[in-house]
Design a protein around this ligand. Structure first.
Ligand SMILES: Cc1ncc(COP(=O)(O)O)c(C=O)c1O
Length: 462
């Protein structure tokens, strides 16, 4: 084991592991674990190189502010390097990013500006445009600013040409037939393409692209599609061709659906013990397809680009997946399909009538929900929500010790699970939640957001 003087020395030299349990046809599939970088992703490499190259050129001076528009991982890499080197860091991030990433960035001392993710390049609120204008404004005010601009920064692909490529080649004993990768800024694919053109010109570069991105189509047809769709996988997929990109040696591409990406990410954890992010699912799903299509044995390498720890609220949260139509919920064809946390599967979060208000509060916080059914054994006897607790304890905090039954609401709206969806609306209009029953048996709650999630998931499926 190595000992290091600085966390920056731990960037790169990531391990490679062979996939053991997936069906890879005649091929051997290996994964390079970029998740083991100290910032948790492949972007640590470019953060270090882009900053040090700018320092060398004299463009980044001590005490300067670094600005970047980033979908997350580049920000975490930059935060790591900026912190170690004493730079102030301002990041513009689209609002679809996972909250784990944003909380981590803030905890690392970065200043975060959240912007819309529903607008495209050229719009002033698009994250890259807003980063550029933020950097311009700060410079106009006399600050020393360095705009990283990873999408147009040649130091980005160079980091991969100098480190990722040579590591891959030597770790695979200079015996490698194909590399399967995704594209965000295109730094990885462009840098690897340049490196392998020198040492292994016959090596195949295969693109793994989320469905909705324009890139897979572009590789297949040579034409840049006008419109991009949306996708939930983070870190990869594009709606334009970055100026640093060079796809000339990429001949094969797979468009992978969100559903397949999220399933594969979870399968990797379940069967291989590897916890990657959503893009890892895209890459491995494409790599497996490539492997299965081969007629001769090949050695194939792909990446675990970032750690799955920062997607606990998404990839590894079955409620989130169900809400987004990425896994199937129950399919009874009645109101039971709308219950997010059914009693039957032990997913319901409840509180006993004799438990304390402090317990009810703790449980709401833990599960991030705003109301709980109150139970007396198997029987539902009330509901308690945040405002009931607040009202009860506001003037006397010692009342957190009182029984839930003292503050719960008992005016309940029951609905039979065979009722129609239309019958929910009047209940919601009265500001109540629907308590779904099967004769005398409590099955679970339906709230407005459950109905919205159900309709959204149904629209996503259609
Ligand atoms: C999460 C994530 N970020 C970034 C990348 C690569 O991005 P770039 O094209 O910016 O080098 C990948 C590639 O697979 C990825 O999975």
């Amino acid at each position: 084991m190595n000992r290091y003087d600085s966390v920056l020395e731990m960037i790169g030299n990531t391990p490679i592991v062979r996939v053991q349990h997936l069906d890879t046809g005649p091929c051997e599939l290996y994964l390079k674990l970029e998740s083991t970088n100290p910032g948790g992703s492949i972007k640590d490499r470019i953060a270090l190189h882009m900053i040090e190259a700018a320092e060398k050129r004299g463009e980044l001076k001590p005490g300067a502010t670094i600005v970047e528009g980033t979908a997350g991982n580049t920000g975490l890499g930059l935060a790591l390097v900026a912190q170690a080197k004493g730079y102030r860091l301002v990041l513009v991030i689209p609002d679809k990013m996972s909250r784990e990433k944003i909380s981590t960035l803030k905890a690392m001392g970065a200043e975060v500006i959240i912007t819309r993710s529903d607008v495209g390049k050229g719009h002033p609120e698009y994250y890259q445009d807003l980063a550029q204008s933020t950097a311009d404004e700060m410079a106009a005010q006399g600050h020393s600013v360095y705009f990283i601009n990873q999408f147009a920064n040649p130091d980005n692909p160079e980091a991969h040409e100098l480190t990722t490529g040579p590591e891959m080649w030597s770790q695979m004993d200079e015996d490698l037939d194909a590399v399967v990768i995704g594209v965000g800024s295109s730094g990885t694919i462009t840098g690897l393409s340049r490196y392998f053109a020198k040492v292994a010109p016959n090596l195949e570069l295969v693109l793994a692209d989320p469905e909705g991105s324009i890139l897979a189509d572009y590789i297949a047809t040579g034409v840049v599609p006008k419109d991009a769709g949306g996708w939930l996988v983070e870190g990869i997929g594009e709606d334009f061709l970055p100026s640093i990109s060079d796809f000339s040696r990429v001949k094969k591409a797979y468009a992978i659906s969100d559903r397949d990406s999220f399933h594969m990410a979870r399968e990797l954890l379940e069967n291989e013990g590897l916890m990657g992010g959503s893009s890892t699912g895209t890459l491995v799903a494409a790599a497996v397809r490539y492997c299965q299509e081969q007629t001769e044995p090949k050695r194939v390498l792909s990446l675990v680009c970032d750690t799955g720890n920062r997607y606990l609220s998404k990839v590894y949260n079955s409620y989130w997946l169900r809400e987004h139509g990425l896994i199937d919920g129950s399919n009874f064809g009645d109101l039971r399909d709308l219950i997010a946390r059914p009693m039957a599967s032990r997913d319901a979060v409840v509180v006993g009538a004799e438990e304390t208000l402090a317990n009810a509060y703790k449980r709401m916080m833990l599960y991030d929900i705003s109301q709980l059914p109150v139970m007396d054994g198997e029987r539902i006897v009330g509901l308690i929500d945040e405002s009931d607790i607040l009202l009860a304890v506001y003037e006397d905090e010692s009342r957190f010790g009182r029984a839930v039954s003292s503050a719960m609401v008992t005016d309940l709206e029951f609905i039979d699970y065979r009722a129609t969806m239309d019958e929910l609306l009047p209940i919601f209009n009265r500001d109540h939640v629907a308590i779904v029953m099967d004769e005398g048996k409590f099955l679970g709650l339906i709230t407005r957001i459950d109905l919205l999630n159900f309709l959204r998931a149904r629209a996503n499926r259609d």
